[in-house]
Design a binder for this molecule. Structure first.
Ligand SMILES: *Cc1c(COP(=O)(O)O)cnc(C)c1O
Length: 414
């Protein structure tokens, strides 16, 4: 970034500070990951300069012959990776992908049914703080109070009672396998369409470590930057009969020109995910999550639903009497970055919360094995049970620095 350094020292300095922050912290944010050097290279390329409104071979601009090659490859790779009939790789981010689906499938005022935000759902699934909760009539389902797993009987009851036009499945802080087949059955009972938002678990689905929603849902949306380990962005998969509706909803209904550099980077990430080594990576994510969950629970923390089937561990801090906010801040002081998160039936506000959400994708990318994850779980527990003890925090900070040194970030350090 030598030219940036000369032209804009302020932004250059902030980027360099962020590089240092990323290198010197343990990242347990479940929705983050580290894209490869190849992906970063493409994202920073001159492809960003090209306008390409439309789709391959149907553009509103001249000079799109190379962009057509790029977008076609991205589409073909996405279809191959998830065995889908059609793919749209233009949505700028996950929220936009979901918005496009609603524009394609619904009229304002129609009824949608999605998972409650504080039970693990995403705000674009009908929460009042999002457009989705304002434009549509929303029915929300959640988890059972005892098992803290999706209450399929309740989903069925709510669907029969409210006859939603679209049932939305998918979550941002849910740790269990989702039964897409069951959701399909419920949708069929009431003539609803089924949309699955697999943003968090797309990488696991790509390699078969979580059941795929593709055979069951009319539409599947996803981000590319979570377990999939690609650039920030999104895509939509659908059956052929919905292809034209979805494409028209993305452009020109919702977006203008696509981000060509981002589409190219998505194509690179899909190709990386098609390699055999991607299975090993996803398997390691799961192994690490098992160890993290097992160890934290052995030490005395309560895990929402008692454990995990995926890359996320939801910790209820009630047994040690601290809030999610306090925990997040204490961990950040020693260089462990997490996010506070509401737990189902949380009594604290969503600003303070009773829980933290941990995830293993990013540190698995850096090479953490179950050995480091086990030590890391113990360190987390120690810090959370010694808040304000500067000797403990100083020692923890040293340990974190040693790990960060030993496990460089692929996209930054190679
Ligand atoms: C992360 C996420 C999104 C939104 O992604 P953005 O790219 O931040 O808009 C949508 N749905 C689910 C389930 C997510 O976890």
């Amino acid at each position: 970034m030598s030219s940036l350094r000369q032209t804009d020292l302020e932004i250059y300095s902030a980027i360099e500070a962020e590089r240092k922050r990323q290198q010197s912290t343990i990242n347990l944010i479940a929705s983050e990951n580290y894209a490869s050097h190849a992906v970063l290279e493409v994202l920073g390329s001159f492809l960003t300069d090209k306008y390409a409104e439309g789709y391959p071979q149907h553009r509103h601009y001249g000079g799109c012959e190379n962009v057509d090659v790029i977008e076609t490859l991205a589409i073909e790779r996405a279809k191959k990776l998830f065995k889908a009939e059609h793919a749209n790789v233009q949505p700028h981010a996950g929220a936009q992908a979901n918005m496009a689906v609603y524009l394609a499938m619904l009229q304002p005022g129609d009824t949608i049914m999605g998972m409650r935000l504080i039970h693990g759902g995403h705000m674009t699934h009908g929460d009042t703080i999002s457009f989705s909760g304002k434009n549509y009539k929303v029915v929300q389902y959640g988890v059972d109070k005892e098992t803290e797993r999706i209450d399929y009987k309740e989903v069925e009851r709510l669907a029969l009672e409210n006859k939603p036009k679209l049932i939305i499945v998918g979550a941002s802080s849910y740790t269990r396998i989702i039964d897409f087949e069951r959701f399909r059955q419920i949708a069929d009972m009431v003539g609803a369409k089924l949309m699955v938002d697999m943003a968090h678990i797309a990488g696991l689905i790509a390699v078969g470590l979580h059941p795929t929603p593709v055979p069951y849902a009319e539409i599947v949306t996803s981000t590319t930057h979570k377990t999939l380990r690609g650039p920030r962005g999104a895509f939509i998969l659908c059956r052929q009969e919905y292809a034209q509706m979805i494409d028209r909803a993305v452009f020109p209904q919702m977006q203008g020109g696509p981000l060509v550099h981002a589409i190219a980077a998505r194509a690179v990430a899909f190709q990386e995910a098609l390699q055999p080594s991607f299975y090993d990576y996803q398997k390691n994510i799961l192994d690490n999550a098992q160890v993290l969950a097992g160890e934290l629970s052995r030490l005395g923390l309560r895990l929402v639903s008692g454990g995990t089937d995926n890359h996320i561990v939801m910790v209820d801090l009630t047994p040690i009497g601290i809030s999610g906010k306090k925990a997040q801040e204490a961990l950040e002081r020693v260089g462990i970055v997490v996010n506070r998160n509401s737990i189902p039936f949380d009594t604290r506000s969503n600003w303070v919360t009773s829980g933290i959400r941990l995830g293993t994708p990013a540190m698995t990318t850096r090479g953490f094995t179950t050995t480091e994850m086990k030590l890391c779980a113990n360190l987390i527990f120690k810090v959370l049970t010694h808040i304000g003890d500067t000797a403990v925090e100083d020692q923890a900070r040293d340990e974190v620095q040693q790990w960060c040194h030993k496990f460089p970030i692929p996209g930054i350090d190679d």
